[in-house]
Design a protein around this ligand. Structure first.
Ligand SMILES: [Zn+2]
Length: 320
């Protein structure tokens, strides 16, 4: 992992758009860093997802009245400890992650050694501090900052309570959408935690395709995206990774395979990527595909081995 101590203030960029200041993380928010937002209205100001990039900025922290969180994962709250007296808010379905470190670990659902290692990392490298005082909101909650509005759009799938934030302001029709961990990368959607949900993620991607805005910001990697057409192209490519994984899975299990063989083959990560956490993510992600394929009769499980049936076979593309 990147040693955040060596990231200097001058390595970090920012950009203003209307009432919004984007505080980019190192290298456009490459994990474990991330891009966060400060939004200033006439009456109040908010910060969204204070991340590791806030640490080099600690001498010039923005003066804000609230912290809004897209969801509760370690990288999105790594700068939260710098705002101990500022009210913080997240969707009601993710609040457990701020109640205690145990609550956060429940969201990931790790077991064994991965659990102990990651738990330690969250406390030391991501500066986890519980915020049992977190206030919760639901879909459609609007934070009015005075001439500037931030509306929470519940967008579950990555976590149960994941939200995007839609920002609009007086005097402009160019809306800005903070996408959180709907990353739009070639990696594809991440639904590998205990609190992730493949079907909910697909619905979220469909819902996002209907949102009108000019600016879009991902927490990681892609950063700022300008223009609706460009966004929709990227969203479509990102969403297609789900079907791509499923087609590759169906091709792989034309001959019966155990879950361990499926995990070892790699459908989410690249072949050769190793680690217990990666195994966990592969298992949980592909189990969700298998469950729905079994529901529709396209896969059966026989003596602990999964095998594709002929039902819907013409749609599987045969790619591997
Ligand atoms: Zn996340």
């Amino acid at each position: 992992m990147e040693d955040v101590v060596h990231i200097r203030l001058e390595d970090l960029q920012s950009r203003h758009i209307g009432p919004i200041e984007i505080l980019f993380g190192y290298e456009n928010g490459k994990y474990p860093q991330g891009n966060c937002l400060v939004i200033r209205g006439r009456d109040r100001a908010a910060i969204i997802d204070p991340a590791l990039g806030m640490l080099p900025r600690r001498e010039m922290l923005p003066d804000v009245d609230m912290v809004l969180l897209s969801h509760i994962h370690e990288d999105h709250i790594a700068g939260l400890h710098l705002f101990p007296d500022v009210p913080c808010f997240c969707h009601c379905d993710d609040a457990l992650g701020l109640a205690s470190i145990d609550g956060l670990m429940t969201i990931y659902g790790l077991g064994g050694e991965s659990l102990a290692d990651f738990r330690r990392q969250i406390q030391t490298q991501f500066h986890y501090v519980p915020r049992p005082d977190v206030q919760t909101f639901c879909n459609g909650k609007t934070f009015d900052l005075g001439g500037v509005r931030i509306c929470a759009m519940h967008s579950p799938g990555h976590t149960r309570g994941h939200c995007c934030f839609v920002v609009d302001w007086d005097g402009s029709d160019e809306r800005f959408v903070y996408l959180g961990d709907i990353e739009l990368t070639g990696f594809g959607p991440y639904y590998g935690d205990a609190w992730s949900d493949l079907t909910a993620f697909e619905q979220t991607l469909n819902d996002l395709a209907k949102v009108q805005a000019h600016y879009w910001l991902t927490f990681h990697h892609k950063g700022l995206i300008e223009g609706l057409e460009r966004f929709r192209q990227m969203l479509g490519d990102f969403a297609s990774m789900i079907g791509d994984r499923e087609r590759r899975l169906l091709a792989f299990i034309r001959a019966p395979k155990t879950m361990e063989e499926i995990v070892a083959h790699r459908f989410v990560y690249r072949p050769g990527n190793t680690g217990m956490m990666i195994d966990d993510v592969e298992r949980r992600s592909m189990q969700q595909h298998l469950d729905r394929l079994m529901d529709s009769g396209r896969v059966v499980c026989q003596q602990g081995r999964y095998v594709a049936t002929l039902v819907g076979d013409r749609n599987d593309g045969g790619r591997q």
